[in-house]
Design a protein around this ligand. Sequence first.
Ligand code: ATR
Length: 262
Amino acid sequence: MKKYLVIGNPIEHSLSPKLHNFWIKKNNISAIYDREKLTNNDLEDLILKIRKNQISGANVTVPFKKEVISYLDKLSPESENTKSVNTIYVEEEKIIGHNTDIYGFEFAIRNLNFDISNKKALILGAGGVVPSIIVALKNLNVSNIIVSNRTKEKAEHLKILFKNLTLVDWGEIPDFDIVVNATSVGLNEEDYIDLDFSKVKGKFFYDLIYNPKETRFLKTAQNFENRIENGKKMFIYQAAAAFKIWHGINPEINEEVIRLLD
Ligand code: ATR
């Protein structure tokens, strides 16, 4: 039986095992998908297990999306462009790092009834997932990408990878059409982002967080007559892309799958 894993730290909250095992069963595949909490010191051993075929593939989450790169044989262009790996697979005996977060976000937006092209996007945060959001927004032809991060140096670091970013100080609210919360604020129900969006109306608020379903960021935005969306579809699409790579099957995404993650 083939074994797949999601690695991260913390990892208890990850819904990847639930989703992948659901699709594995639906498609009668002989495999199991598990989760493992690792430290940096365990990465080498994990890659060795993949090399020895004890593990057939892995998803990578916070905080290893970048750290894992040095152990891999090759990166896909998507991972190369973002310096971020969320999916590992083996091809012709090479261990490849790939990034399906870009596709996940891009496809989630494309499937909403919202034309983002030539619009202004504001990203809150500068952590591991942000390069993927930037590439996806570029693919979606936004006119402007503005980044705001509490620690400005981290946002400045993003400019090495992406020259055309506009940076604004934390606390400043520039004009935008869509704002994406890519910070970890909201994972706890009582968390709130210390930014004042009370003057913003009729815009699109997107939170990468999907558990809780509605962060305070989204709840407040909705009260001010903005459109809101959480990160559940992005999560499902990035998982579906990894599933396709490992098993060669496009898993079905239907109401049952969406409810599974409630
Ligand atoms: P990493 O920074 O290790 O990649 P991450 O979970 O991907 O981790 O990113 C966390 C993001 O949430 C960062 O942008 C972080 O901002 P800092 O760079 O200033 O730490 C942001 N974040 C976390 N807690 C925050 C808070 N209370 N207010 C604003 N931003 C916060």
